[in-house]
Design a binder for this molecule. Structure first.
Ligand code: MIC
Ligand code: SF4
Length: 749
């Protein structure tokens, strides 16, 4: 069957090559190879045309999967139409240690796990229990196959690009499309070629490649683009290292990231229990890399080519508060002065889907073992969350956990943990403090809820060395560490024994996941618990203009999904829209008011928290808009950031620009996502304006809409707004949401 699957893709790719009469990049091979059968293939304009795709697989984690499955239930389908899996990884709090934390999570989140497990069984999804590991790591070890296309309700789904599978992060409503058997729509991405030359030195990690690139491209620099890696340097990076690079491509706004499949990839498949698949896949290796002509003349085929000389890279620290503020080792000494972060490190964290592989943990253990031989001790707390149970079993067997624990590190559950604010932080410094992590995000308050925690991102190696140094202004390439005897030891020495490519040997741990379908299963939604609640469909829109809208808030500066719908303690309500809506925009900065999360209630003229004002409007039947700056909705795929405003009566978000996943989430949930034709128009919106959106009866692809600002002094201003809605997306808007549209199709059949 697998052979046939690849044969079909190969045929499609060959016919596209003939039709276009040109060589194809790897991204094009995968996208055109997954083209929705019923549509005629055409050469789609990048960053403009929408293409309809048929992904091979879907994965959902427990924080986003709840809403996706609740929406799927409303479509009336019996089965998921493609192989899919659910992963319980986001809800486990790092506190006492692996076993205890897992036990507490199972008790605390029982209602959620019961719901997910029963829904998985009823609809036919694989269910990965709490403790099995982080979604992307499990995908890489068990499901990812080169040349395939997958969607995941998590922004770091591109992780599987490390072994050549195109993974794209989406909101839950997109997941519902493919679970219901519809094609999935994507704006044809631009393709940025990243040419890697040289070789990674022992002291430099794959993470440093992406930390460097995130600094270079910026947090929205690769929006609507796939980063396709090629060149001789790829050889020196392991599959999990490549996955690290693809994973954190999300922080540049990229739609996805990809490496082509090579000998190392096939070996990885073999070592992770997929020998027979590896043999088949290898036969189609031409489909798993770009055509040679692309590599000969990359400028002709990629929208942009970026060259990185791996041998010139230095260890990086990116932060604080944004992943694209990059510092190289030679600049570490300036970090405290430049960023106002305390030089002393209060905690060092290893883990997350970016960097919790077997190779990563082996490197941490090797450095700590080298350190212990030199009588060096950790100077800050060290917490480790392994990526999967399979990795944990290997690390236990090889004594890595013991080394880490003997050095004073604490091993937590195989889960996201502090990466998503699930951290009961011990000895938490109340005020300003610095932490370093091997994670991919460092937005304010993300890890421990403290706005004064300055978080820096680094490779596991750099995190470990700096935890030994206890300071961020320490250059791992040049500086010396000092042990209790007063001996000076070159930090560089501790890199000894680190392999550039380490492969785990993994067998699928069947005991921690459930497979099997049973339509008779009753979906468990506990009436007593407030964790999961059935969804009511959003109301349809009338084909008329929207008038008399109040300004809910004009946000200023960065407004990520963490600002719109915080994680941490709010994760408990990811299955209950009404409850979680009480966190709406709590982290947002208001252009007109100094307290974050506050806004003016135009009915009472008083300032109050944004969710309270929104709820008051909802009760009174008042509709509103949100105004925002650039890259609104950066970060997570959580569609709660779109559903909450919709639920509270927000009709539109007027922004300078949007992050890709969030823009789609708004469209899917029936919130109008509009951008200012002239960015300066953002300034024209005043606090007490009443706003009309006009042109809606003629709403069509590429049409313009206008907004009328009714200022307090009776003056009026008209602004032109742009949008990227396709015909289908406009249909979703009229129906009230994409799910309503699907249900209607179902009824009509
Ligand atoms: C994240 O890293 O921010 C998350 C938590 O994994 C999110 C998904 C979520 O909010 O549940 C993501 O990246 O999509
Ligand atoms: Fe989990 Fe963090 Fe990865 Fe998101 S980025 S999936 S929270 S480990």
């Amino acid at each position: 069957m697998l052979d046939q699957h690849y044969q079909t893709r190969q045929k499609k790719i060959n016919s596209v090559r003939t039709k276009f009469n040109r060589a194809l990049t790897l991204t094009e091979k995968i996208l055109y190879g997954h083209f929705y059968e019923e549509n005629p293939i055409d050469e789609f304009k990048r960053n403009k045309d929408y293409i309809m795709l048929q992904p091979d697989r879907l994965a959902m984690q427990d924080a986003t999967g709840q809403m996706a499955l609740l929406q799927f239930m409303n479509t009336g389908r019996k089965n998921v139409a493609l192989p899919a899996s659910v992963h319980c990884d986001h809800l486990i709090i790092a506190d006492q240690g692996r076993e205890d934390d897992l036990k507490s999570a199972k008790q605390e989140n029982q209602a959620v796990y019961d719901f997910l497990q029963s829904a998985s069984r009823k609809f036919g999804l694989d269910f990965w229990k709490p403790g099995s590991g982080i979604i992307h790591q499990i995908i890489l070890e068990n499901y990812a196959l080169p040349g395939n296309l997958m969607l995941g309700t998590d922004s770091h789904t591109p992780n599987c690009g490390g072994i050549g599978m195109l993974g794209i992060g989406v909101g839950g409503a997109d997941a519902v499309d493919v679970m219901a058997g519809f094609s999935w729509e994507l704006k044809m991405p631009k393709i940025i070629g990243i040419y890697l030359e040289g070789e990674l030195p022992q002291s430099i990690a794959a993470k440093d490649v992406i930390l460097y690139l995130t600094g270079l491209l910026g947090a929205k620099g690769a929006t609507n683009a796939v980063l396709e890696y090629f060149g001789p340097g790829c050889k020196s990076i392991s599959p999990t290292g490549r996955a690290t690079i693809c994973n954190m491509g999300a922080e540049t706004g990229a739609t996805s990231s990809l490496f082509s499949a090579d000998e190392t990839t096939f070996k990885f498949l073999q070592k992770t229990g997929r020998e027979s698949a590896a043999k088949i896949v290898e036969k189609y290796k031409d489909c798993l890399k770009a055509d040679q002509k692309v590599y000969n003349k990359p400028d002709q085929y990629y929208d942009r080519v970026v060259k990185v000389d791996l041998s010139q890279l230095e260890p990086h620290l990116n932060g604080p508060f944004t992943p694209d503020a990059a510092y190289q080792a030679s600049q570490f000494q300036n970090i405290p002065e430049k960023t106002q972060a305390p030089a002393e490190i209060s905690a060092a964290l290893i883990g997350s889907c970016t960097n919790a592989s077997y190779q990563d943990l082996k490197k941490v253990a090797t450095i700590l073992e080298n350190a212990s031989e030199q009588s060096l001790k950790l100077k800050s707390d060290l917490i480790v969350n392994p990526g999967s149970e399979a990795i944990s079993q290997l690390c236990k067997k090889e004594g890595f956990f013991k080394i880490i624990e003997q050095a004073g590190g604490k091993i937590m559950a195989n889960a996201c943990g502090p990466c998503i604010g699930q951290w009961n932080r011990k000895n938490s410094p109340a005020g300003k403090n610095t932490i370093i992590t091997s994670f991919n995000r460092n937005f304010r308050k993300r890890n421990d809820g403290n706005p004064e925690t300055y978080a820096f991102l680094a490779s596991p190696e750099t995190v470990t060395i700096l935890a030994l140094a206890g300071r961020v202004d320490f250059n791992p390439l040049q500086d010396n560490l000092e042990n209790e005897k007063g001996d000076k030891i070159k930090a560089l020495q501790l890199f000894e024994g680190l392999d550039s490519i380490t492969m785990p040997v993994i067998e699928t741990p069947t005991s921690i996941f459930g497979r099997g379908k049973d339509h008779q299963t009753e979906i468990k939604i506990s009436e007593k618990s407030q964790r999961v609640a059935r969804l009511k469909p959003f109301p349809a829109h009338q084909k008329e203009n929207l008038t008399g809208l109040k300004l809910l808030v004009k946000t200023e500066g960065k407004c990520t999904t963490d600002h719109i719908s915080q994680a941490g303690r709010w994760l408990q309500f990811r299955g209950n829209l009404d409850k979680i809506s009480d966190n709406l925009l709590l982290g947002a900065n208001n252009y007109f008011y100094s307290k974050a999360g506050y806004t003016k209630n135009h009915l009472t003229q008083k300032y109050d928290s944004i969710p309270k004002v929104a709820r008051h409007y909802k009760k009174q039947g008042v509709h509103s808009v949100i105004v925002a700056e650039d890259n609104y909705g950066e970060g997570s795929s959580r569609e709660h950031a779109a559903m909450e405003p919709r639920y509270m009566g927000v009709e539109s978000v007027l922004a300078k620009s949007f992050a890709r996943i969030h823009e789609t989430n708004l469209k899917k949930q029936g919130v109008l996502a509009l951008t200012f034709q002239s960015q300066k128009d953002y300034e024209k919106i005043r606090e007490n304006d009443t706003i009309d959106i006009i042109g809606l009866p003629e709403f069509a692809p590429e049409s313009e809409l206008q907004i009328i600002l009714h200022h307090e002094d009776d003056a009026r201003e008209i602004l032109t707004m742009e949008h990227t809605y396709s015909k289908l997306q406009i249909e979703w808007f009229w129906q009230g949401s994409a799910i309503n549209w699907i249900s209607k199709q179902e009824e009509e059949q």
